[in-house]
Design a binder for this molecule. Structure first.
Ligand code: NAD
Ligand code: WQD
Length: 345
């Protein structure tokens, strides 16, 4: 019988890509999502892309903080492991509404862990973030680099990591992998799945994509005076399909008896500047992206990229795609879905 994996937040940008890889890999995927920042259309498309494996996907519209609903789900089905994405992720919003972030991300996670424990499901892959490295003094960041949060969103990730460590200390039968990933971009190469943020995009590539399709006049470049090759911020962009493969590798690792509570970086190990990324997107799309130079965005790090040696060594995983493929696939998604999933409504 195939393994059954519960994916919280599985209708979201990264979650939908992982659900597809799970189905293609022969897993059964059960998605829990409250659709606060996603569309059920994404899951319909995942089913189509998974072809004959599509029926192995089921969806439950549940808020993770709804303990009775989660209890009912766990009572009805046995899960081999949980991949946990559900959470709020907008940095600026977390500064304005910290309680909303602590409530959703922390209470959602604690409720999930309580229900997992009660049902003897003790294998978890958690979506942490490279945001826990704050403004690093030394790059590339390794899993041993100092951590610090620059905003409430980042603090929820740090707190959840600590909760997971405490849980494992209290009961060593828990197997937990914390994935700190860098800047996921791009889309499934089919162009049918991608990122569809609500409102004005906070992140670079969704904004660039909306300029390219004519939804916004220009990209504001936050900071042109950093001590980097061209003065703009440097990040470790990772193709979302590579990230999905990293999740499958982490899931496989949970069966290794030596795993306790482990952290892994997922990135490419390469730093790319904002202007380099814009140039790569212009090349891939044939569209000119008008730029407006602005001052630095508060809370932004200058250079952030990671070492992926530990994941390569222990998960046997390495990113395959570069920025050309990321921009090609991002544009394929954008041009086919200029208004995201709503384009097909
Ligand atoms: P997303 O917003 O597209 O997906 C998150 C999903 O969780 C959404 O579908 C949303 O509706 C759902 N959700 C939120 N709160 C919920 C709740 N209480 N109950 C049920 N569902 C809930 O975001 P994403 O980019 O796919 O990110 C997924 C995870 O990865 C998040 O935890 C995020 O913090 C983390 N992460 C994202 C990035 C990034 O840049 N996208 C980088 C590092 C880590
Ligand atoms: C990248 C670069 C911006 C938008 C965020 C979260 C982090 C993680 C990934 C979840 C920076 C510049 C951006 C724009 C710009 N998410 N930029 N104009 O800030 O590295 O990371 O997403 O965990 O926690 O903080 O990503 O895409 O927002 O910014 O110039 O309109 O692009 O200043 O240098 P960031 P980003």
């Amino acid at each position: 019988m195939s393994s059954s994996i519960l994916v919280t937040g599985g209708a979201g940008y990264i979650g939908s890509h992982i659900v597809l890889q799970l189905l293609l890999g022969g897993y059964k995927a059960v998605v829990v999502d409250n659709l606060d920042n996603s569309s059920e259309i994404a899951l319909k498309r995942v089913k189509d892309l998974a072809a004959e494996n599509g029926p192995n996907l089921t969806f439950n519209k549940i808020d993770l903080r709804d303990k009775p609903a989660l209890e009912k789900l766990f009572a009805s089905e046995k899960f081999d492991a949980v991949i946990h994405f559900a959470g709020l992720k907008a940095v600026g919003e977390s500064v304005e509404k910290p309680l909303m972030y602590y409530n959703n991300n922390l209470i959602g996670t604690i409720t999930l862990l309580e229900v997992m424990a009660a049902h003897g499901c003790k294998k978890l892959v958690f979506s942490s973030s490279a945001t826990v490295y704050g403004w690093p003094k030394v790059v590339p960041c390794t899993e041993e680099s100092p951590v610090s949060a620059m905003n409430p969103y980042g603090r929820t990730k740090l707190f959840i990591e600590e909760i997971c460590r405490d849980l494992h200390l209290s009961d060593s039968s828990w197997k937990i992998i914390l994935l700190r990933y860098f800047n996921p971009v791009g889309s499934h190469p089919s162009g049918y799945l991608g990122e569809d943020p609500r409102g004005i995009p906070n992140n670079l590539m969704p904004f660039v994509q909306q300029v390219a399709v004519g939804r916004r006049p220009a990209l504001t470049v936050f900071g042109t005076d950093y001590g980097t090759k061209d003065g703009t911020g440097v990040r470790d962009f990772i193709h979302v399909v590579d990230l999905a493969d990293g999740y499958i590798a982490a899931l496989n690792k949970l069966s290794d008896p030596s795993v306790g509570c482990e952290v892994y970086n997922l990135g490419t190990g390469k730093g790319t500047s904002v202007l380099e990324m814009v140039a790569a997107f212009e090349k891939a799309s044939g569209k000119k992206i008008p730029l407006v130079k602005a001052s630095r965005r508060p809370g932004d790090a200058e250079i952030l990229y990671g070492s992926t040696e530990k994941a390569e060594r222990e998960l046997n995983w390495k990113a395959k795609y570069g920025i050309e493929e990321m921009c090609r696939d991002q544009w394929n998604w954008a041009s086919k879905n200029p208004y995201g999933y709503d384009s097909t409504n």
